[in-house]
Design a protein around this ligand. Sequence first.
Ligand code: ATR
Length: 298
Amino acid sequence: MTAVQLHKDGAHKDGALSGKAKIAGVMGWPISHSRSPRLHGFWLWQYGIDGAYVPLAVAPERAEQAIRALPALGFRGCNVTVPLKEIAFRTVDRLDEAARRMGAVNTIVVAEDGALEGGNTDGFGFLENLRAEQPEWTAESGPATVVGAGGAARAVVVALLDAGTPEVRLVNRTRARAEELAADLAAVGLDGGVSVVDWLSRETALDGAALLVNTTTQGMTGQPALDLPLSALPVSAVVNDIVYVPLETPLLAEARARGNPVAGGVGMLLHQARPGFKAWFGVEPQVTAELTRFVLEG
Ligand code: ATR
């Protein structure tokens, strides 16, 4: 492999890619907030790869058309983000097990034969981050309490059940959404171990838990803190917030102050990107402190 001169953000110093450049990107609507071009751009620079990872702003009504065009355009594949993950799920030719279970695709790889392979690496990213931040934690170590019932919660719950968590307690402000998620998981064979806890009784879901995960938007900059008193949570429980702006949410600060081991959310974003990068560009990338700083600066 010939190293090419790249800026850290993935742009070539001489402003040009070679004719052999490998191309991938991230498709979403809107896409301007996405940190993925910066993340993959850093890795392209770090590993000296002749390639590009571009933002693809695609409106939902044109997403199927855009996804189907990837092989014809010579794309190696792309990431898919909100609100297009379900459309991608319905559009690709083949699904991996994680995508099938989540009903959503976040990584598309164009296979040798031109077929679109859809995967979902959000659960992988969640688990890899947790294991990197808190190596003592194991999925089998006890019940997990998951707050929220959106797309992120779906990925987290599937990953936890697949990894062997004995019991997942699902708490959501709108109970019906949590029940719908539990029913969807049952429909794909993940029916053991999920219980729905009412929002008004949410504190009881913390009793004896080994893991607490916030998948809601609460605690994000500009949003109020997650309204969840922690007094019933064992101090041994790992607390993970998938929010990463700010890096230390009020939930993580409170958990840390009372002695709980904590894990931030940015690692989930970084780790979920690894399988796609490997598939498109042929290198297994590493998540490092330098990468984390670079992605957060942008
Ligand atoms: P994503 O797909 O990224 O997970 P989402 O589908 O918008 O995002 O889900 C956001 C989650 O945050 C939901 O679980 C939502 O609860 P509802 O289903 O009741 O809407 C939760 N959420 C948002 N605002 C909240 C609030 N003020 N208090 C508690 N939960 C909240």
